[in-house]
Write a protein that binds this ligand. Structure first.
Ligand SMILES: O=c1ccn([C@@H]2O[C@H](COP(=O)(O)OP(=O)(O)O[C@H]3O[C@H](CO)[C@@H](O)[C@H](O)[C@H]3O)[C@@H](O)[C@H]2O)c(=O)[nH]1
Length: 404
């Protein structure tokens, strides 16, 4: 598949919910408002484009936005659901939808040896909500309401990474893995000038991070980030801080502005010789840097795929939802990371984190994990290279519209 920088144009849809997620109705209120105003605005946009040089042939929508598919169908265009979580995570939610409705599952649930079948009351939602079945879970399961009508079901994954589950899921829907969905400059470098897609990405602190990483030896830095949504409690933040302080390796830690007050006092100043703390960074550039030797992560799916694509070993500290499944696959199936054990109070202690960093950075197991990580990195590249699985699927999908 060929694409040229600048071949993508952007249009916006209108969302009139005041304050967004932070508004009076919170997340659920925002989602309801978004449905009301966003669906109308999306409909108008597609109708406007019908008369343009580039009428819409297919609507690729975040699978969480189920109403987008209804609009595509209403307008007679194709709809492709794009899941932003792994195939395995989505497969683990799927039976819960049937648990909820009481209908029988159309096929036996996907099972992996050692991966427990999640049931509704087990869903780990720490930090998101309380109660065994909060509204957010109901919202997630809504993804399956109309999925049978989607023309394609896409994942930011690749076939060899999730072979068994992709096979299982293909009995349900027209599944295609099209990942890793990273700029080609980080993978096979086939697309010219694509690093920024012609627009400015949000990349704060890049110079600071790159200059600092450039001074560090290969594989010597521990990168720590918990993505955009997770919020650790102060006690857990302190344990990570002390682990990084007592460990001999250098570290680069992304601490979001709302978390900064949870750092032990004077931590940044006292560790400035070996550590850099920033509020955000360009994670792709950091993970691609040869100085990074391991990544302490919450295992959000994007971070997991990115680390796999760059061959960076992981220390996993999942917080909720799919992150638990991702961490499980990282350790047990792909063998690219280690999960520190939490104590009886759910706290992952400084000594345990430190032990895992040492093991990954300098231990025998770490050596094997690094080798595996490099193998997965090659498979990720292969998937998006000419005639690789993801490349072929993208061609197939595009060809299906060109033909119509
Ligand atoms: O300093 C940083 C930190 C993160 N990132 C990027 O931000 C994204 C973070 O995504 P992810 O790792 O998936 O974490 P979350 O933002 O927490 O993702 C939410 O959405 C994911 C996809 O649905 C789920 O897998 C997670 O559980 C959910 O928390 C990645 O692309 C990172 O490269 C940066 O660029 N700079």
């Amino acid at each position: 598949m060929k694409a040229a920088g600048g071949a993508i144009t952007f249009e916006s849809i209108y969302d009139d919910s005041e304050g967004g997620v932070g508004g009076a109705g919170g997340l659920m209120g925002h989602l309801a408002n978004f449905e009301a105003s966003g669906s109308q605005s999306l409909l108008e946009l597609i109708r406007k484009l019908e008369k343009s040089e580039f009428p819409v042939k297919c609507l690729v929508y975040d699978a969480n936005i189920v109403w987008a598919l209804d609009i595509a169908k209403q307008l007679g265009i194709a709809g492709a659901a794009f899941f932003t979580q792994s195939c395995a995570a989505i497969a683990s939610y799927y039976p819960m939808q049937y648990e909820l409705t009481g209908e029988p599952l159309p096929l036996p649930a996907f099972s992996m040896p050692g991966l427990p079948q999640l049931r509704l009351p087990d869903m780990p939602l720490v930090g998101l909500d309380t109660g065994c079945f909060p509204p957010i879970m109901r919202y997630i399961l809504k993804q399956f309401d109309n999925i049978d009508k989607a023309d394609w079901v896409l994942f930011n994954s690749f076939d060899s990474l999730e072979e068994k589950v992709v096979k299982w899921m293909s009995n349900l829907w027209p599944v295609r893995t099209i990942g890793p969905t990273l700029p080609s400059v980080y993978l096979d470098n086939r697309v010219e000038n694509d690093s920024d897609y012609g627009f400015n990405l949000y990349k704060p602190n890049t110079d600071t991070c790159m200059k600092w990483l450039n001074t560090k030896p290969t594989g010597s830095v521990v990168y720590v980030s918990f993505g955009s949504a997770a919020s650790l409690n102060a006690e857990q933040m302190a344990e990570i801080a002390e682990a990084l302080r007592q460990n001999d390796d250098s570290f680069l830690w992304v601490v979001k502005p709302k978390e900064e007050s949870k750092l032990p006092s004077n931590f940044v100043e006292e560790t400035s010789e070996k550590g850099l703390v920033v509020t955000w960074c360009s994670q792709l550039e950091v993970l691609a840097h040869q100085a990074v030797g391991c990544f302490i992560t919450h295992c959000g799916w994007n971070s997991t795929v990115e680390a796999i694509s760059f061959g960076v070993p992981l220390v996993t500290m999942p917080q909720f939802l799919d992150q638990i499944t991702n961490a499980y696959f990282v350790e047990k199936f792909w063998d690219v990371g280690i999960k520190p054990e939490a104590d009886e109070n759910g706290l992952t202690t400084r000594n345990e984190i430190d032990r895992c960093i040492r093991e990954i950075m300098h231990g025998e197991r770490g050596h094997l994990i690094k080798k595996n990580a490099i193998r997965w990195r090659e498979l990720a590249k292969e998937a998006v290279s000419e005639r690789g699985s993801s490349d072929k699927y993208i061609d197939e999908i595009i060809a299906s519209f060109v033909a119509t």
